[in-house]
Design a protein around this ligand. Structure first.
Ligand SMILES: *Cc1c(COP(=O)(O)O)cnc(C)c1O
Length: 440
């Protein structure tokens, strides 16, 4: 079923009403900034429910969803495996503040999946995972400085919210008021995919750099893959200078391969941060790595980090069901095939409408940059034609395709996106690229 050229106009009356009320109750009407749709010049649609690859808004409009809760929903909405596991778990109690067997079960799966993780600690968000990992890196090396890349997002903790891509980019607040310069002065910024600049940073601060924290595939400035040799080069720089290599795989973990980007590229980081998929759609994240490092965490060691809801039984149950569905399955081949089909269709539709784009993808992480040249770093990403993206986004929405509302977000293909959904998306894109061409 192909989408017709001009879809019948949709009503957003109820969404408008609900969001107006939300604005009275919450800053910007949302609990996370990018959801406010400011970058695409309209109010958000308010979602009622999801099933498979589709979501329905409160006015009853249906969309093929590529937001996927910004990454966790690799099985689509409401996969039976996860919802059944959750209803069983919820009947036994929602939180204890005491050890449970479910924590062992998920820890075993994570450690088996990601060979560089010898011990793991569960937390509640990716932000907590990266914040804790750098605390550990600083303690283990007795050094203060962290290298991060411009445009990489590692959550909103003080020392990492510097030129952070994603929502921060979209809203033009690369860093935030309320963060003392003394905190971010310990964070050194280098461009992504730039080994020379990273080597130079080590040269400028000899013996002072605790760690490089990196998204092994950048997914928060759009989708920007690492260039050949880049991650290996970072590994060698860290080894030469006694610094730790921390992979922030909150987005890429269990997404681009069961063992994450480190499996895909064959690099062994010292510490890894996980989130999103590991919690099966519930609030859950983790960090882990070398045994000698992880044993420094309290109560084995002196580095403090804690959490009332950490290892929450519902999150453990959802994560466990999710990982069981992905392990030993053809999941990643299926995702590769449908995502490749989508990328090809988008590229052809853009060419036909004569819109210069760079469609970038690793597995089921994909994005369309409105740029004639491939994007390798944040500075290049900022040169994209965001007006063209806005026209594209709004036309896709009118055709029933829900994209993340910013040029600087990655789209997520799930196992629920079947051939029909992909074909419908490509048909919608033909019209959306024509709309973008007019704005270009
Ligand atoms: C989403 C994300 C985070 C932050 O995770 P939250 O759960 O939103 O705090 C950190 N790092 C990366 C790479 C992410 O994609």
């Amino acid at each position: 079923m192909a989408t017709q050229e001009s879809p019948s106009p949709r009503s957003y009356a109820r969404s408008t009403e609900v969001f107006a009320r939300a604005r009275d109750l919450m800053p910007g009407g949302v609990n996370s900034p990018v959801r406010a749709y400011k970058a695409v010049g309209r109010d958000p649609v308010v979602v009622r429910q999801g099933k498979g690859c589709r979501v329905t808004d409160v006015d009853g409009n249906e969309y093929i969803d590529y937001v996927g809760s910004y990454g966790p929903l690799i099985l689509g909405h409401c996969p039976a495996q996860v919802t059944v596991a959750l209803s069983k778990a919820v009947a036994k109690g929602t939180s204890f503040g005491m050890p449970t067997e479910a924590e062992n079960a998920l820890a075993e799966m994570v450690i088996a999946a990601v060979p560089s993780i010898e011990l793991v600690r569960f937390v509640n968000s990716g932000t907590e995972a990266t914040m804790s990992a750098i605390r550990l890196a600083r303690a283990a090396t007795s050094r203060d400085l962290i290298i991060k890349c411009t445009g990489c997002y590692h959550g909103h903790s003080d020392s990492l919210l510097v030129q952070a891509g994603s929502g921060a980019t979209t809203l033009g607040t690369p860093s935030s008021p309320g963060i003392p310069p003394s905190v971010t002065s310990h964070t050194i910024l280098v461009p992504y995919n730039d080994l020379a600049a990273t080597a130079q940073a080590f040269g400028s601060f000899p013996g002072k750099i605790a760690a490089i924290l990196i998204e092994p595939i950048a997914g928060n400035m759009g989708c920007v893959p690492p260039q050949t040799g880049y991650l290996q080069g970072l590994r060698e720089l860290c080894d030469r200078h006694g610094a730790l290599l921390i992979f922030d795989e909150v987005m890429t973990g269990f997404r681009v391969a069961y063992g994450g980007a480190q499996q895909l590229y064959g690099i062994r980081p010292d510490l890894t941060c996980l989130g999103k998929i590991v919690g099966g759609g519930l609030p859950c994240a983790a960090y882990g790595g070398r045994q000698d490092l992880m044993r420094k965490m309290a109560p084995d060691g002196p580095v403090y980090q804690a959490g009332t809801l950490s290892g929450n039984p519902l999150a453990m149950a959802a994560g466990l069901a999710m990982l069981q569905s992905l392990k030993d399955s053809v999941a990643y081949q299926t995702l590769e095939q449908s995502s490749a089909l989508l990328a090809e269709g988008l590229t052809q539709a853009a060419a036909k409408a004569k819109v210069p784009v760079s469609c970038q993808r690793v597995g089921s992480m994909i994005c369309v940059f409105f740029s004639p040249k491939p994007i390798a770093n944040y500075e290049q990403a900022l040169s994209c034609d965001t007006k063209a993206f806005t026209a594209f986004f709004n036309t896709m929405l009118a055709h029933g395709v829900m994209l993340p509302p910013s040029q600087y977000e990655t789209w997520f293909v799930s196992l629920a996106h079947d051939a029909q959904a992909i074909a419908q998306t490509i048909a919608a894109a033909a019209a959306a690229f024509q709309a973008a061409a007019k704005k270009h």
